[in-house]
Design a protein around this ligand. Structure first.
Ligand code: SF4
Length: 470
């Protein structure tokens, strides 16, 4: 509700039978990662056919629009646009016909040196048909294929030119590859279905498809999947890692496992640590549904306060983030969230949310609780104050959109009308994720960027380019 918008999700599959329905199903399960467009590319009889449209998976990819789409190899994509103009022109997968065959790419993340590369290749006479940074990946890969005719070398050469975040599924004719950038910003995992092997952004898709989770793709690894086996091409050198902390805090489904850590567990630990760091003198604890639920449960366990559901969510009200103005968004919050009066009336309530970006929704929720008779409202937040933009695929672009940049914690408490407000500390968050701090990206909460971003502080020199030179 109050967090940033999601990034994207990717799928890839190779099987002895048609994969299109499986990819469609997997895209539905990772729909939360992007609701603006969806697409599938499938290979059959020497041709990659791509169907992509605006809208949710079931709107963009209908029986009619997918008529004739079939193949034993395929990739898929759900998208929320970040930098670029919205619309089907930027929907993915991106597919190209080249002299060495058909190519398709689906990308989750942001290429941080896209503008630099675009300028360089425009000067060499290249043309771009979209304004998506993902197109540069397809064009570079295609160029490298024409030089090497070897997908692994071509992908490595592409990786040596691009910086930033990319979890990819790639198809070269019938061959399907998964690629994760060397920092491991965005998730990508490998699973096995009865019919073949699958690559997908989140492991929750495998459970729902009765598949078996095999493992996460390692940062910097390229993996090729075939109907009966897979082959790994790991990165041969040590490279700094920077897993996005927001995947655990907010983006990913709670039932996914990312880099060995179950998202639900991490969120529960966040709540427990919040209760230890910032206890509240209250009667009950309740979540902002749905994303704050595991955090609130953890707070309840950590504090001993009774867990209650204090809001009933109407799932059929239009999603608030797609509404064009603030007033409409606030109205939609009231329609969407109804208080359970008997839970909150005359009680001191702790409400737990996953994160605060602008604070406007939370302000509305605090008012709804007060109007329903809550005696006190204490707000606890499962992410440290967001103060810096994300350049790695999350829609948090400008500093002025973050309330924590303009106001202190006590000022924000007053703005949202709470009796108290506390965020988890950065140390507490790292403890909850249970990774070494240096293996995480925390840039939007500590302003230290894992890669070189002009005008921003970076925490270590990128070794990307030299590592990959071949
Ligand atoms: S800046 Fe924040 S949202 Fe972006 S990758 Fe890093 S931790 Fe994730």
């Amino acid at each position: 509700m109050t967090g940033p918008k999601h990034s994207c999700g990717v799928v890839g599959m190779s099987a002895a039978h048609d994969v299109v329905n499986h990819i469609h199903k997997a895209l539905n399960i990772i729909q939360h990662r992007g609701q603006e467009s969806a697409g599938i590319a499938a290979y059959r009889n020497g041709v990659i056919t791509t169907v992509k449209n605006s809208g949710l998976v079931n709107v963009a990819l209908t029986k009619e629009s997918m008529a004739g789409l079939s193949g034993e190899s395929g990739i898929g994509h759900v998208r929320y646009s970040q930098l670029v103009t919205k619309g089907v022109v930027n929907a993915q997968p991106i597919s190209l016909e080249t002299t060495h065959g058909s190519i398709a790419i689906a990308h989750n993340g942001d290429i941080t040196n896209f503008e630099e590369l675009k300028k360089k290749y425009l000067a060499q006479g290249w043309s771009f048909s979209t304004d998506s940074d993902s197109e540069i990946l397809a064009l570079l890969f295609s160029k490298n294929m024409s030089q090497t005719d070897d997908p692994i070398r071509a992908l490595r050469m592409m990786m040596s030119e691009v910086d930033g975040a990319y979890s990819l599924t790639v198809m070269v004719n019938e061959r399907v590859f998964g690629v994760r950038d060397p920092y491991g910003f965005r998730p990508l995992c490998l699973g096995e279905l009865e019919e073949g092997y699958i690559l997908v952004s989140e492991s929750a898709a495998l459970d729902s498809m009765k598949g078996t989770f095999i493992r996460d793709i390692m940062p910097g690894e390229i993996i090729e999947i075939m109907p009966d086996r897979f082959k790994s091409y790991p990165l041969s050198t040590n490279h700094p890692k920077a897993h996005c902390m927001f995947e655990w805090v907010y983006f990913a489904r709670p039932d996914s496992i990312i880099d060995g850590k179950e998202v639900y567990d991490v969120r529960k630990r966040v709540g427990m640590i919040l209760a230890r760091e910032s206890p509240a003198n209250a009667d009950i604890v309740m979540p902002v549904p749905d994303s704050g639920r595991a955090h609130a449960l953890g707070f309840s366990i950590g504090s001993g306060l009774q867990y209650e559901e204090g809001f009933m969510k109407n799932r059929f009200v239009e999603r608030t983030f797609i509404l064009p103005d603030q007033k409409q968004r606030e109205r939609a919050v009231s329609m969407k969230m109804n208080p359970i009066r008997s839970t909150v009336k005359d009680r001191r309530v702790v409400i737990v949310d996953d994160s605060i970006v602008r604070g406007t929704t939370l302000k509305k929720l605090v008012k709804i609780l007060r109007d329903a008779g809550a005696k006190e409202v204490h707000v606890r937040v499962g992410c440290p104050p967001v103060i810096a933009p994300c350049y790695y695929g999350v829609d948090m672009r400008t500093r002025d959109q973050f309330i924590a940049n303009s106001y202190s914690v006590s000022e924000i408490r007053d703005i949202i009308g709470a009796d108290s407000l506390a965020y988890i500390s950065i140390d507490g968050l790292v403890e909850a994720i249970d990774f070494p701090e240096n293996d995480l990206c925390l840039a939007c909460v500590n302003s230290k960027y894992p890669t070189n971003i002009p005008g921003e502080k970076h925490r270590f020199q990128s070794t990307l380019r030299t590592d990959f030179a071949q």
